[in-house]
Design a protein around this ligand. Structure first.
Ligand code: TYD
Length: 211
């Protein structure tokens, strides 16, 4: 029997309250409607080992970790997630829609928390062994709006507590990534109504990864 064509790897990125989880669900449904097998997943987490690390990263005091150690924990979770879930799915021909991936570590840990880029690059090489998203959808939203939405939902993880200055740096980083890698990334204005954001994401998807 011939092997199935490799699945495609799609990531959603952006700051707090940008609506990534809802849009990931809608995107996965749109792909399924194209008749494609889809795995929807998230980071930190997405596999049993990575979900255990998520508990360490999101709970308790803001200053819990040394920032490089924290970056290593994100990559430990990611390696586990890639090995246990993402790579096997792609190899089986399944399309993977992932809510956050390595760009979040670059934005939050490097730009936000000051981890050197060289650390990020070294850990990326070890953890990902060359795996790269086929398409990254970057949802952009003014910081105050995003934090307002996250607070209204009752989200209280360590990162949301870091304040508007931190989240402004995170937003800048995502915009810089989208500008630096236009062939991989599509930037979408997430301040539009939900349906308009979904439509923009589907336009980007259909243009970059046609049926
Ligand atoms: P989550 O509750 O999943 O929030 P969101 O809906 O905003 O994705 O929490 C994930 C948090 O972890 C979020 O605040 C961003 C942060 N994070 C990092 O700091 N680095 C990373 O590499 C990842 C994947 C997430």
């Amino acid at each position: 029997m011939s092997r199935p064509a490799r699945g495609r790897f799609i990531t959603l990125e952006g700051g707090e309250g940008a609506g990534k989880s809802t849009q990931a669900r809608l995107l996965a449904a749109a792909l399924a409607a194209r008749g494609l097998p889809v795995l929807r997943t998230r980071e930190p987490g997405g596999s049993p080992g990575a979900e255990a690390i998520r508990g360490l990263l999101l709970g308790q005091a803001v200053a819990r970790w040394d920032s490089v150690a924290e970056c290593m924990l994100h990559f430990a979770a990611r390696r586990e997630h890639v090995q246990a879930s993402i790579r096997p799915a792609l190899e089986a021909g399944i399309w993977v829609v992932c809510d956050r991936f390595a760009d979040s570590t670059y934005a939050y840990q490097c730009h936000g928390q000051g981890v050197p880029r060289a650390v990020f690059q070294a850990l990326s090489e070890v953890a990902l062994e060359g795996l790269r998203p086929d398409l990254t959808l970057v949802l952009d939203l003014p910081v105050e709006r995003g934090l307002g939405r996250a607070t209204a939902r009752g989200d209280t993880n360590r990162y949301e507590a870091l304040g508007a200055g931190f989240h402004a740096k995170v937003r800048e980083a995502f915009l810089a990534i989208a500008a630096a890698e236009p062939e991989r990334c599509a930037l979408v204005d997430a301040s539009q109504p939900l349906e308009a954001v979904t439509a923009a994401l589907l336009r980007a998807l259909n243009a970059r990864l046609p049926a």
